[in-house]
Design a protein around this ligand. Sequence first.
Ligand SMILES: Nc1ncnc2c1ncn2[C@@H]1O[C@H](COP(=O)(O)OP(=O)(O)OP(=O)(O)O)[C@@H](O)[C@H]1O
Ligand SMILES: [Mg+2]
Length: 299
Amino acid sequence: MARVIAIANQKGGVGKTTTAVNLGASLAASEQHTLIIDSDPQGNATSALGFAKDPARRTLYQALILGEPIERVTIDAQIDRLDLIPSDKNLVGAAVELISMENREYRLREAIQPLRDKYEYILIDCPPSLDILTVNALAASDSIMVPVQCEFLALEGVSELLDTLARLRRAINPSLAIEGILLTMYDDRTTLSKQVAADLRSFFGAQVFESVIPRNVRLAEAPSHGMPVMFYDIHSKGAESYIQLAKEVIVNAQKRVGPGTERTDQGSGTTGTSAAAAAAGSSGAGSSSDGGSAGPGTE
Ligand SMILES: Nc1ncnc2c1ncn2[C@@H]1O[C@H](COP(=O)(O)OP(=O)(O)OP(=O)(O)O)[C@@H](O)[C@H]1O
Ligand SMILES: [Mg+2]
């Protein structure tokens, strides 16, 4: 049964697509059947995987709006064990058309139902907004991964996002867990990066992934070559960091299904955060107290 993870942050340019593509490739390399769903009309994940614009190609649009079977829009990403549901600018129309449709928040959830048995991981690359496409992604997901750029005001941004999430979660998907907060574009030569990382860790505790994605030029170059960084420069820090992240995601999943265990907060940080981290494994954590999202705000 696939774990469906929405990669979301309404802030633009924080590394959502880079994470979807490179975590996806790294999970596939770790023997996990993985599907990347490009749910952003910008189509950046689609092009980063080497698919040039092609008006004839079926995209998520056909499945979401026209009700075509999801298998018909799913393509082989030309990497072992990695598939893609592509996107293109037509998806802008989907965002508009969805508004007047019945069951509009749950179209994606219904559409991907038949795929849940086929993959170990389904990653959804969201657009930089909390529009109806992102709402569909969050309604369809087991958890949300939030990439955060290590920069000024990052803490405020994440806190706001988690507050919004708490509301969304109550309204559309009470069992949505926090997969983790991912520090991206980390530059260990700057005091600011270090400070931001330390602040986020002390505030959100074990909800922050141990793996950190460094600012790395290879990560920025790889998309223009149409390939994940591990095929572009396997020895780069960028490739290493996403392989590390994939391991962490897999280990966390194993902990959740382990005998009576769930992912627990390791002590640091706030009390509320463990509830969200564990929400996937324990019932009711999310609905009774807003899960972890409410935690940081209550301190
Ligand atoms: N760790 C990194 N090091 C260097 N460059 C990076 C890194 N992560 C992302 N980038 C670059 O930063 C830009 C924004 O990254 P990306 O497209 O992944 O962000 P995004 O959150 O998906 O953006 P959007 O909100 O527009 O969808 C891209 O040019 C990408 O190549
Ligand atoms: Mg993007």
